[in-house]
Design a protein around this ligand. Sequence first.
Ligand code: PA5
Length: 479
Amino acid sequence: MPTADSKRIALDWTKAHDVIPLERQLNDTMPQIIAAKRSLCAGSGKGSDFMGWVHWVEDHAPKLLTDVKTLSERIASHSDALVVVGIGGSLLGTKAVYEALTHSFAIANPTQFQRRPVLFWAGHHVATDELNELLDVLDQFSPSLLVVSKSGTTTEPALAFRVLKQYLDDRFGAREASARIFAITDPESGTLLKLSQTHGYPALSIPRNIGGRYSIFTAVGLLPLAVAGINVNEFLEGARQARLDAVGEKNEAPESNPALCYAAIRNALYKEGYKIEALCHWTPKLRAVGEWWKQLFGESDGKGNTGLFPASAQFTTDLHSMGQYFQEGERHLFATHLRVLDESSLSRGAQKRKIRIPQAGLADGFDYLTGQNLEQVQHEAISGTSLAHADGGVPTLIWDIPELSPFWLGYWLYMNMFACGVGGLARGVNPFDQPGVEAYKTNMFALLGKPDLAEQTVQIRARLERGQRLRSLGLTQKR
Ligand code: PA5
């Protein structure tokens, strides 16, 4: 079993190579990967306006920590809950790190296990039910709002903000409500910037040259994580170390640069016809990391009708739902496992303990496991699964992360951003824009009657109403 002693991140691609020999493909791909890496580091090439994140963690983020500390202490001094209002890159990274480092059962005993202030999420959908239920619980807290939106014009957070601001106004009065609202947005323009200037909301900024899904190491992630008591210095330190490991000129061989190796293997497998990559995590605490990862790669890669489709799975849970497909479904997917070597949780209030399988006298057929650590079972489950999937024709990569800590999460998230930028540039796409996201918005705004889209409103309504309506109706009608 690999141990956490080495405290290094590693990417093992043996079980990808077993399925499809990758040496030639890697040799062919590496020159483009290295060229892409150099242009990313130099801030040149496609999407150069949005490469600010590459050196940000070294050159600027450490200076931001003082402001982050001051503001987070101010929020925590009067609030025991912070509602983070945002969507996509303005929320997913924070949620990923928060959930990975927060006790899974905090709800059962908030005093002992919950982070204070607790973070809640809003503005990441337009579903009535969840926002309604959030309003139900906010009365039990003394909450603040943190609105995060780079553009300041995104519908989902803008609407949730209106509702939540109204809640604060009604509960505390407009003056105190204003003192409970904080913003993170563009430093120079946008509605949210204007709003915060008009109403005096303290605001931190997202640098112009950093896009949403690459912004976790700006105030976007650092402020709310600091409010929740997560060690953001260590988190940033992990990212700084990952940058050093990724950018070094002497360090461009796949054996010693996991970010480049990962980018090269993803591109090589895509060329070989593997169209789907599934990130398989082995603890429910990493579910939201899967969501962050899907946004990062999905929005960055999916351009010009090309790109790997990023999916995620929670193992062993999903081996009992998706395992059959992995093993015997269509051979167009590869798996990337996320293995945490030291699984004793570092969440607030959690005890570090090894769970051993007890002698239970149950005659249930599991006596041969008596005395073993559950971690050992997990380890063999990962090894056995990757072998079985590879035997079934699924190229399989394994990331080894020493432990779930701010440092290693920071390291892994940065390295994925780097691999994503490099891989996209090497394929010739711009990994930093997302023009396709606008299509649904235009339709929705037109249907909602946005004044400057009056013409489209008529056309879109006509398109929706035109032609035969194809439906299949259930027979039973409840009276
Ligand atoms: O990666 C991106 O830039 C996007 O996914 C954004 O993060 C997302 O659309 C939210 O945008 P904004 O922060 O402008 O509200």
